[in-house]
Design a protein around this ligand. Structure first.
Ligand code: AMP
Length: 212
């Protein structure tokens, strides 16, 4: 799943993963957990994440290769927020090809910039289970707490306005070129208009891709 911050990759990736019974790997989630656990990876990644910059390609590629090598990935997987650069896409494709695999489909989540900024400002994440809410679009039925596990809901540090603007700039400079890269590659490339309610976008996603 490819697209700018706030486009809905996390929310819809979780839903699709549950529907299809396969794992979703979000490099942002893996990195945030490493930061929380204060591991060497977390300490290195934090310097970049706090500024809304990208963590170096070799670091991210290494961690994606590790998760994709795990037994839980053997029946398929969804990638969220990776690849984010042409070098990451090339690294991923070479690694998959060496194992006789390839991506089935790339979904590009497209939404206008004002909407992305509004959504990111409204995003809340459960500190307990990672469930994603949005105070505008998809609030928790339990108010300030998670309706699934009762955990506290927080705003991500890098969702603050200043950092979001930099993340959008980084997206345009480093990740947008991937759209062209995939559009001209042999991987099936589909575009999702990620505007409207959560259910509308999810239904749109299911018309483009369902459990394969
Ligand atoms: P996300 O949760 O996908 O918005 O990612 C949060 C932050 O983690 C990003 O702003 C980057 O600093 C870092 N990050 C996540 N995925 C990648 C990636 N594929 N390449 C480089 N940095 C990443």
């Amino acid at each position: 799943m490819l697209g700018p911050p706030g486009a809905g990759k996390g929310t819809h990736g979780d839903r699709l993963a549950e529907r299809c019974g396969i794992p979703k790997y979000a490099t942002g989630d893996i990195l945030r957990e490493a930061v929380r656990n204060d591991t060497p990876l977390g300490r290195e990644a934090k310097q970049y994440m706090d500024k809304g910059e990208l963590v170096p390609d070799d670091v991210v590629l290494g961690l994606v290769r590790d998760v994709l090598s795990s037994p839980s990935a053997k029946d398929g997987f969804i990638l969220d927020g990776f690849p984010r650069t042409v070098a990451q896409a090339e690294g991923l494709h070479a690694w998959l090809a060496d194992r006789g695999m390839s991506l089935d489909v790339v979904i590009y989540f497209d939404a206008p910039e004002e909407e992305l900024i509004r959504r990111v400002a409204g995003r809340r994440v459960c500190v307990g289970c990672g469930m994603i809410y949005n105070v505008h679009l998809d609030p928790s039925a339990a108010g300030e707490l998670c309706e699934r596990c009762g955990g506290r809901l927080e705003t991500r540090e890098d969702d603050k306005a200043e950092t979001v603007r930099n993340r959008l700039r980084v997206y345009r400079d480093s990740t947008e070129p991937l759209l062209q890269w995939y559009a001209t590659s042999s991987t099936s490339f589909r575009e999702l208009k990620a505007v409207g309610s959560v259910d509308e976008v999810y239904n749109g996603l299911l018309t483009l891709v369902d459990c394969l």
